[in-house]
Design a protein around this ligand. Structure first.
Ligand code: NAD
Length: 268
């Protein structure tokens, strides 16, 4: 396999740390650079087990710092960017939307422009290059709970245990749906998706956008729903649910080898 130099942004966060670990262990011939600003959500202790691996390097950087990122692209001859860095907590976006617009929109734009300029300067240009943008299904808005009693097969989901779980609506998010973000968080992610698509359509930048559902698993910051509920249950505290508990969400389990297993469609 050919050698690659890959930047993973947000690699000290919840999902990013699993992605970094996966790449460092699975592709010893690749150079993996974990680029993270280390906000409250970033924790390098998540990566203690791989920090001394020869193909791993950590760089503390803000994705909004265009000049620093452009220099990193040149110095490290970056072929691929896996972009997970973001402000990711909906409640925080309601209190402080500017930080979300700055990091999620301007930060993504800064990475796109640096990638474009550097890759276009190379003789092979975009050949063998990739910008992978990790987004969220929240850009599509909300799913309706049409069946509060639960729907029988084929609308069940199968957990890793093999057990079937009922779903509560027959609607699913697909890539064909209209964008309809409702929170400053999802609005900022939707905007970043549009910039990624625009760079693909305007300049031919080789991009991929994925819009996955909610995630949970080891190393998740405890303010997110499932760890928060587990901690509150253990400490006999109330469980805070928005609205009437009629929102329907899908959940992916993120494990060390990043095998996403659909647990269930859960009402929250
Ligand atoms: N967690 C989920 O349920 C979920 C679902 C769908 C999509 N996503 C997306 O996946 C990605 C990762 O989510 P997560 O839950 O691991 O997030 P997280 O909040 O746990 O981690 C985000 C990481 O980004 C870093 N970061 C924040 N601002 C930065 C900046 N300006 N420059 C550099 N680094 C910065 C943080 O320090 C942190 O390490 C995000 O883009 C998020 O929108 C998450």
């Amino acid at each position: 396999m050919s050698k690659r130099n890959i930047v993973i942004t947000g690699g000290a966060g919840f999902i990013g740390s699993h992605v970094v670990r996966l790449f460092v262990n699975k592709y010893p011939e690749y150079n993996i650079i974990n680029l993270d600003k280390l906000t409250y959500a970033g924790n390098l202790a998540n990566l203690k087990d791989i920090e001394d691996k020869p193909n791993y390097k950590f760089v503390k950087m803000d994705i909004c710092d265009f000049d620093a990122f452009y220099k990193l692209m040149q110095d490290e001859q970056i072929d691929g960017i896996i972009h997970l860095a973001a402000e990711s907590h909906v409640d925080r976006s309601i209190k402080d939307p500017f930080t979300f617009a700055r990091t999620n929109v301007m930060g993504t734009l800064s990475l796109l422009q640096a990638a474009k300029l550097y890759w276009e300067s190379l003789p092979e240009k975009y050949e063998g290059k990739r910008f992978y943008h990790i987004s969220t299904d929240e850009v599509y808005g909300a799913l309706q709970m049409t069946h509060p009693e639960g729907i029988e097969p084929p609308f069940t989901t199968k957990a890793s245990s093999g057990k079937h779980h009922l779903a509560y609506g027959e609607q699913f998010f697909t890539e064909d749906l209209k964008y309809m973000p409702h929170s400053p968080y999802s609005a900022s992610k939707a905007s970043s998706d549009h910039f990624v698509r625009a760079f693909h359509d305007t300049y031919g930048l080789p991009t991929i956008v994925t819009n996955c559902s909610n995630n949970y698993g080891p190393y998740q910051f405890p303010e997110k729903l499932i760890p928060l509920f587990i901690n509150n249950i253990r400490n006999r505290k109330p469980l805070p649910v928005y609205g009437k508990g009629e929102n329907v969400r899908d959940w992916l389990y993120v494990v060390i080898m990043l095998v996403p297993l659909t647990l269930s469609s859960m009402r929250v």
